[in-house]
Ligand binder design. Sequence first.
Ligand code: VGL
Ligand code: ZN
Length: 207
Amino acid sequence: MGAGLATHAAECLTVAETAEVRLRPGDGLLLIHLQYDFLPGGSLAVAAGEEVIAPLQRWIERFVAAGLPVVATRDWHPPDHCSFRAQGGPWPPHCIAGTPGAQYTAALQLPPGTAIVSQATQSDAEAYSGFDDSELHQRLQDLGVRRLFVGGLATDYCVLNTVLDALKLAYRVVVLTDCVRPVEVHPGDGERALAAMRAAGALSLAG
Ligand code: VGL
Ligand code: ZN
């Protein structure tokens, strides 16, 4: 690959370049927060969040067919989590551990044995990264994962922070742009998050 193409690929892969991201040993699919509370009807619903389900299911099938692992993170808060408005935080209550809203959507068929990692489980600490105070890095290491394909919710919070931490931990990262959607507290947050992930070294891949 020439330097010019490498530079371009760091910004955004086009259809013609997707051959460069053929699945190989060391790849893992990381699903982020496909939980009812982030989907339509949920307490912190992400606009058009349901649109990621079908393309993510296709990625799941590809990983399963290749014998490669799928790992999922879930937001898993105590009832008095500091991010909730009653505690002075910015969000309505969501993803309270053990409640229906915290369950992974049944619209997504997770492969049997999918490792599910809980995050933001302590009342007094927000954790937008799946790597923050969790067993995610250890799980991925145990599975031999070196390159992460990432999709889920929400682009501008937990996808962004998880991807930035993954890059700091020296994973290669491919953000599946059709498989993420933003909360957009401020218009443009989603695009800014994608730009920040690319600037930090993530590739982005449509489809
Ligand atoms: C998230 C807001 C609050 C996320 C989690 O998963 O992006 N956003 N908690
Ligand atoms: Zn949360």
